[in-house]
Design a protein around this ligand. Structure first.
Ligand code: HEC
Length: 109
């Protein structure tokens, strides 16, 4: 009886831990978005405040984040398939896109 109660408590703790950790990984991770941006986007875009220069005539992430043309959903759609654009398709995963959207939106002025 004692053992059974202890086991049940253990299972409960493990289940709670699993719920917390999967919940965190499902949510957009802004810091990871910044890492991806600095690695994959900064060649052309100014992605962070300290960055001096990107390519000519490429919008900065602060401009994109503040743009009325993009909400979270349309930004994610654009990033999953940037058609009719000078912007290359970088084949990002859904979670990379979610992290980037969180980061870009956080840069809006
Ligand atoms: C090889 C250069 C290059 C790289 C790398 C690049 N971009 Fe771009 N991006 C562009 C150009 C050029 C445009 C402008 C497109 C146009 O005017 O048609 C653009 C436009 C955009 C836009 C749309 C802005 C608007 O107002 O229409 C978004 C959003 C964007 N880029 C996000 C990203 C993200 C996120 C990354 C990294 C994962 C990235 N870009 C990497 C060149 C690049």
């Amino acid at each position: 009886m004692q053992l059974r109660l202890t086991l049940r408590a253990c299972f409960g703790a493990v289940a709670a831990l699993l719920a917390v950790s999967t919940g965190e990984s499902a949510a957009a991770d802004r810091a990871n978005g910044q890492r991806i941006a600095e690695r994959w986007c900064s060649e052309c875009h100014v992605v962070a405040t300290g960055q001096q220069q990107g390519s000519d005539r490429v919008p900065t992430f602060a401009e994109i984040g503040g743009s009325k043309r993009f909400d979270d959903a349309s930004l994610a759609t654009f990033l999953s398939a940037p058609h009719h654009s000078r912007m290359p398709n970088l084949s990002l995963t859904r979670s990379e896109i979610a992290d980037l959207v969180a980061y870009i939106k956080s840069r809006s002025r």
